[in-house]
Design a protein around this ligand. Structure first.
Ligand code: CDP
Length: 232
């Protein structure tokens, strides 16, 4: 089915308005907020700190532990508090999306805890969480080989579009959603999920579009990180 004009009037490769702020939670070792459209993600990093219980410690390398949570007031229909299968899956893919840029060998026996809370959700929350968490890790002073940004791309009707909102995700019989995370310099894909039907060529096109979106997010992340050191 043809999708000639986006529901909110954006161009097919236009990302929603973005905003980032670093250093939002004083008690955390690092913290950041990332907003994209009406989706808001907060991230707080604690550590590296000794991992308890001790049997979970790895004498060879540190452990990155991510926890994604959606506040009960973040969606129109109140979300029951507590973990769900969805939040467990998102926590796991977030860990995988971030782990490759951190040199965990430097921190044996420790854990780096990353808490992500979605305070307002309008699609693309796992990606917003990853973009926020990467800034929070950098703010915590964790040595990182590269920065990570994430954006959702997808197919609505017959078009590949970037940064779907909830209305687009639910369009007709449902859009194909492809969250992508990418490193800033290396352009390595650290997350690629796919929910729906697309051809191989469409996936390749989607990744190309995601790269452009991630480049835009990387610029905003860098600016937000520089901002905090300017003011300190
Ligand atoms: O948020 P993301 O696109 O990464 O993940 P999803 O599982 O595809 O969820 C898409 C959207 O559905 C979320 O961003 C929320 O706007 C909405 N949602 C909701 O309204 N209630 C939930 N319990 C879970 C998701």
């Amino acid at each position: 089915m043809s999708y000639n004009k986006r529901l909110d009037g954006r161009k097919f490769d236009e990302v929603r308005k973005m905003h980032a702020k670093v250093g939002i939670i004083k008690r955390a070792d690092g913290s950041a907020m990332f907003q994209i459209g009406d989706t808001i993600a907060l991230a707080a990093v604690y550590g590296p700190r000794e991992l308890h219980p001790k049997f979970l410690q790895n004498p060879e390398r540190g452990v990155l532990r991510c926890n994604y949570d959606m506040a009960s007031f973040s969606v129109t229909e109140r979300k029951k508090p507590g973990p769900t299968r969805r939040s467990t899956e998102i926590s796991l893919v977030t860990e995988k999306a971030l782990a490759s840029v951190i040199d965990l060998d430097l921190f044996p026996n420790t854990v780096i805890d990353v808490f992500i809370v979605i305070t307002q959700a309008n699609a693309g929350t796992r990606c917003a969480g990853i973009s926020a968490a990467a800034m929070a890790l950098a703010h915590a002073g964790i040595p990182m080989k590269d920065m990570v940004a994430a954006i959702s791309v997808g197919k609505v009707g017959d078009k590949i579009v970037i940064d779907l909102d909830k209305e687009e995700e639910d369009f007709e019989e449902g859009a194909t959603d492809i969250p992508v995370a990418m490193t800033a310099r290396g352009k390595e894909v650290t997350l690629l999920q796919l929910d729906g039907d697309v051809t191989k060529d469409e996936v390749m096109e989607a990744i190309k579009v995601a790269k452009k979106g991630c480049d835009e997010i990387h610029k905003i992340q860098t600016k937000a990180l520089k901002e905090i050191y300017k003011n300190e």
